[in-house]
Structure formats: C-alpha cells, structure tokens
Design a protein around this ligand. Structure first.
Ligand SMILES: Nc1ncnc2c1ncn2[C@@H]1O[C@H](COP(=O)(O)OP(=O)(O)OP(=O)(O)O)[C@@H](O)[C@H]1O
Length: 315
C-alpha cells in the first residue's frame, strides 16, 4: 500500500506579513507534521516571531494561505488558540502571584474548572521540577525557574501544538539543559513542538526538522543532519594565524590542492571545510604554514548558516 503522509497540523503557502513598505515574512511555504518538533532557525529580525504570531492567531497575515489544525486563523482564532500552548519570547508571568496560582489562573482562562486546574497545576509543577517553589512568588524565582513556569503554564490547556519563541535565550548553560530535557520529554509524549531559536545547538538538540530563515525568507529546509550533509563538509579544521596573517594564510591554504572543499575567512580564524580535518592540518603544516592554534571538529548548523548567508549567526 502506498504510504500517505499524515495531514500537516500547520500548513503555510506564500505566507507573508508586511508592515507598511517593510516585508517581515516574505512568501514562505512550510508544513509541520503531527508529533514533529519543528524549528525556525535564524538571526534576530529574521521574521521568526512574526511567523509564530500569525500561527497563534494573534497577528493577521498580509497574504498567502495558513492553516492550523485544519482551521484558518483569520476566521477561527479562538478555536485555534484553545488548542495551542504558547511560550512567548519574554516571560509574562503574573509576578505577584505564586507559581501555583499562575498556573491555576491561566487554566481558568481556558474555562477549566477550579478542581481540574488545581490537579493539572500540581502535575505541571512536578513536570517543571518546581514543586518546592509552588508557594513562592513568581518574581522570586530564578530566570531558569521562571522559564520553566512559563512552559508549565503553556501546557495547562493540554495543547496539541506547543509554540516556544526562543525558549532558552538569556539562560545559563545548566538552566538550558534542564529546559531541553523537559522539552525532550514533551516531544517523546508526542506533543508537536514549534520552536524558534538563534542557537544552533538548541536546534540540533530539539528539532527533527527545521527551516533556516533570514530576512523573511527560507534559505533551506531539512533535518539538522541533512542540512549539514547538504551544505557543509564532514569536518572543519579551524586554524588561527594571528589577525594580520589570516587573510594571507587563507590564500595559501586554499592553494593547497585537494585540501579543502572551501575556506572561510573569519576575522579571528580560518575555517577549512574538508572531509578529513587531521589530514588537512598535516598538509597545512607540511607546507610550512604555522598556525598559532588549530582545532578539528565536526560540521554544525553554524557552518550551514555561514554557507547560506555568508554571515555568522553568533551575536
Ligand atoms: N509591529 C511591527 N511593526 C513594524 N515592524 C515590525 C513589527 N514587528 C516586527 N517588525 C519587524 O519585522 C522584522 C521581523 O521581526 P521578528 O520579531 O519577527 O523577528 P525574529 O526573527 O523573531 O527576531 P527576534 O528574535 O529579534 O524577535 C524585524 O525587522 C522587526 O523590526
């Protein structure tokens, strides 16, 4: 029997948003399958939040088609919003309320009974590892805890699609890992996740598939591994020669035959894209070039972004 792919839970065709003469989202096409963890990866201003707001039925599209759970956000905003969980870029908790009351009150907005809200709040406090903070004012929680509480709050209505705008921006590495672990659990439970991020490692950790967006357009689409395969080499040799020597060294490195698929010159180092980083380093050294430091690593989404846009995504 031919395999039929499931109906997408989000379908965008020619989706566009303009603000006056400025085009923030420029005719983008994408589908999100049920249970998928889908990412929008791009720098600040790429149009990620604007796209999220159109999906969440809080901002109207200017042109194109958009369907969320089979419904048009233009005409079915309330129905769509009741099925979505939303974690905005900035935490907007009620700072004077306790962690528990933030959850209960939010559940009440969705028309859930007080008893259901209380039960669900306890479950989600446990999920967010905040049981011992249940009675603490939201304002007194750390940044990572506030973020976990915002995530718990977004799950109060047991959403079919969970939308997270830059979930870990501003958090320290440990807090980010705790949060990734929680999101990974949701993914395992089959919740569809839509995540925007400008962190490559976050996209690699959490997303089954992603679109790389820049200036309102989609530059590439695929799984992290596919994108790396398609747009980068297997390994990258990073060499530094000192800032005044990098450009000259780049020409010499590029001149070494069959050494590299591509050489990128960054202000502080050269990136040599090659199937064999150690071998490439040996040949650089054989040529009498003496880098001050060298490092061989696997290609990452950062390399994909650099290839696609000519710019580095790191702020
Ligand atoms: N209400 C608005 N009026 C005018 N321009 C806007 C408005 N909202 C967003 N923009 C512009 O649209 C572009 C895309 O913004 P958007 O917030 O979607 O980007 P982003 O990729 O989410 O980046 P960030 O992570 O900084 O939010 C930006 O140039 C932004 O200044």
């Amino acid at each position: 029997m031919p395999q039929t792919s499931p109906e997408p839970v989000i379908r965008a065709r020619g989706l566009t948003k303009t603000y006056g003469a400025f085009t923030a989202v420029d005719a983008i096409d994408f589908d999100v399958a049920p249970g998928e963890s889908f990412g929008l990866l791009g720098p600040n201003g790429a149009g990620k939040s604007t796209t999220m707001r159109m999906i969440s039925a809080v901002s109207r599209r200017t042109a194109g088609e958009l369907s969320v759970l089979g419904l048009d956000p233009e005409t079915h905003g309330p129905e769509i919003r009741s099925q979505l969980g939303v974690v905005p870029q900035e935490d907007n908790l009620d700072t004077e309320l306790t962690a528990r009351d933030n959850l209960v009150l939010y559940g009440r907005y969705f028309g859930l009974s007080r008893a259901v809200c209380r039960e669900r709040a306890e479950e989600l406090l446990a999920f967010a590892q905040l049981q011992d903070k249940a009675g603490a004012k939201a304002d007194d929680l750390s940044g990572g805890m506030k973020r976990r509480l915002t995530i718990a709050r977004g799950l109060m209505n047991t959403p079919q699609i969970f939308m997270l705008d830059e979930p870990t921006t501003g958090l320290d590495p440990q807090a980010r890992h705790v949060l990734w672990d929680r999101l990974f659990r949701l993914k395992e439970q089959g919740t569809t996740l839509v995540i925007t991020t400008h962190y490559m490692d976050e996209a690699e950790q959490l997303c089954d598939r992603l679109i790389v967006v820049d200036k309102g357009s989609i530059m590439a689409e695929g799984s992290p591994a596919e994108l790396i395969r398609r747009y980068s080499s297997r390994e990258v040799l990073e060499v530094r020669f000192g800032s005044d020597r990098n450009a000259a060294a780049a020409e010499e490195v590029a001149a070494i035959g069959r050494l590299a698929e591509r050489v990128e010159v960054l202000p502080d180092r050269l990136l040599v894209y090659t199937p064999d980083g150690e071998g490439a380093l040996e040949r650089v050294v054989e040529r009498g070039l003496r880098p001050t430091t060298s490092l061989v690593r696997r290609s990452s989404l950062e390399d994909v972004f650099l290839r696609l846009t000519g710019r580095s995504l790191v702020d």
